[in-house]
Design a protein around this ligand. Structure first.
Ligand SMILES: O=C(O)CCC(=O)C(=O)O
Length: 260
């Protein structure tokens, strides 16, 4: 039987890391959060010797936004996993790589696939995805997320960005198939990319409110927990970044309602 063991696990290192809270109040009383690649990888990706885990969580909060960020895998583990994903994942073909926006079909600017428990489906932007069966490397990541957060997920949506030209536009993960109030766990591997949240009230030609966007950078081996009610109020996106030449794989673990 095919298995996957993180070979690098024994060489993982971590140091004493202090808990950080990036909440800051701006003059308008709004939260303004900035997390950079350096913050994201500090400690975990360094060469300090210690046992791995523990996980050091950073709380990211704003009006109706509640996220937690940590380094889930050390660099050696993340490198192993990235390689395994590159070797084992098979992405959906062209018909399933389209989205319907305002009645028009568009090719998505990235590759996509979903894996998960049998019998689940997930529909977004006019496309219904049926997950492929779990493979060992994905079970390994899913189980690490469970160990770090206590949450069990039955589905993962995977996006592969070949370089900084690939991106995902502003959207919310608010599909009706999601278990109400369940968090979404976003694991990133490969190139560190900017990731933005924008409040719904701050969108459009005439925004009803000026709530500061929340800007993060998602590092290799990181986990971002998007907790309820983040996806009710906030849109997220991964903008194009022409200077980024390396690929990135993002896995969003979700809890989907099984309809019998
Ligand atoms: O690649 C990312 O970090 C974002 C992916 C995303 O927005 C999604 O799966 O809904």
């Amino acid at each position: 039987m095919d298995t996957f063991v993180i070979k690098a696990a024994g060489s993982c290192t971590s140091g004493k890391r202090k808990r950080e809270n990036l909440e800051t109040k701006t003059e308008e009383g709004l939260m303004d959060t900035q997390l950079t690649c350096d913050d994201a990888s500090r400690g975990l990706l360094s060469n300090e010797k210690a046992t791995w885990p523990p996980y050091t969580w950073t709380k990211i909060k704003s009006q109706g936004l509640d996220c937690d960020y940590t380094s889930l895998f050390c660099k050696a583990e993340a490198d192993d996993i990235f390689l395994e994903l590159e070797n084992k994942l098979t992405y959906f073909s062209d018909e399933l790589s389209k989205v319907k926006v305002f009645g028009k079909w568009h090719n998505i600017a990235r590759k996509q696939v979903s894996y998960g428990d049998p019998g689940l489906t997930y529909t977004y932007s006019g496309v219904t995805l049926t997950p492929k069966p779990w493979i060992p490397v994905l079970e390994c990541i899913r189980d690490r997320v469970k160990e770090a957060t206590g949450y069990n997920f039955n589905f993962v949506l995977i996006n592969r960005y070949k370089d900084g030209n690939d991106h995902i536009g502003e959207h919310r993960d608010d599909e009706k198939e999601l278990v109400p109030r369940s968090p979404i766990a976003s694991v990133s591997l490969g190139a560190c990319r900017d990731f933005f949240f924008r409040h719904g009230a701050s969108r459009g030609k005439i925004p009803s409110s000026r709530i500061e966007p929340v800007k993060l950078q998602l590092a290799h081996g990181s986990l971002l927990m998007m907790n309820y009610p983040t996806n009710v109020h906030w849109y997220h996106s991964l903008p194009a970044r022409k200077k980024i030449l390396a690929p990135r794989i993002n896995l969003t673990f979700r809890k989907i309602i099984l309809v019998k």
